[in-house]
Structures are given as C-alpha cells and as structure tokens.
Design a protein around this ligand. Sequence first.
Ligand SMILES: [Zn+2]
Length: 188
Amino acid sequence: MGQEDTSTDSASQSLCYLSRYFRERPVTGPDGHSYTSNEPRPTATHPGLPVNVRVLERIDQTVAEVVAYTREVNPQAEPFSDDSVNVYRWCVENTVHAPEAQQLRREVLEYRHSLEHAVAAGETDVIRPHRCPECRTFGLMWDGHTRQIRCTNRECVDDNGLGTVVDFARLAQEHVAGKRKLRQVSAT
Ligand SMILES: [Zn+2]
C-alpha cells in the first residue's frame, strides 16, 4: 500500500504546488514577464490574464478527470465538495476496493497528473529519470518549444526517420507497469 500512497501524495503535492505557485505570483504576460515593467505590453490573445487562467483551467480539468474516473469506478462514491487539492485523496478513499485493473488505471492517472503538473510549473527535470519506451535509454527530455517529450537518442526514430515523441500517458503507463513488476519480484 505504501507505493500507492507515494503516487497519490506526489500527484496531490504537485497540484497543490502548481496552484500555490501561480496564485502567489502577480499576473504575468505570455513571455513570463510582469506587466508592471516599463516595456511595451506584448499583444496577447487574452491580455492581462493568460498564465493564471490557463492554470486554473488545468486545475479544473484535473479535478473533472479524477471525479469522472471515481464516479465511473464507484457510482456510489461520496459527493466531492472539498477543495481541489484533496481530489486525489477523495478518489483513493472511494476506489480503494475497486478491482485491480481499475486501481492500476488510477495509479497511471495520478502519476500522469504529477508529471503534467510539474512540467506546467516549470519543473521539467521530472522527465529525465524515465527510460524512453522505444529505445530504453535515458534520452528523454522536455522540448519547451514544441511542448512535447522527445527522445534525444539520434538512433531512436520512427519509420519516417522522425525522432521519438512520447506522450505523458505512455510515460505514466510504463512507469506504473515497471513499478508493479518490481513489486511482484520483491514479493516472491
Ligand atoms: Zn528513445
């Protein structure tokens, strides 16, 4: 049970961190500079609000996704009326007796969120410790330009010769599956 707790805590912590990180900062422009500077304001699609609105949307989406999963797995789940940072705890409490496969989905969901929240808050180092699912090297890194996870191993390419791009869902899937295998090995 310790392992599940780690995953839940890390997803909760990063969501908490993400919301605090942005709430504590003044509204900034699309380039990350404060609008209080003397520089002329850059033209933004939604002037004055961009970053914080995106983060609040992300938090809403996260909560909606976790709530949808919980209700699907357990239609009798207690109502969720708590603060968004408690959504993972509520989810675990209401799905802890679900079948193994459903709990695996929850672990993957939580782990994916912890990576996504961390990257959204600029903690892109969270990607590197994962092996590339294609070539098994530690060549993965966050490409801030395209906002994708890329493998930097030049030999790791698809049939068209394009470098491997991995999505968060696959990375989380691989991580949780690998962790489960380790747990089975150590249990035998
Ligand atoms: Zn690779």
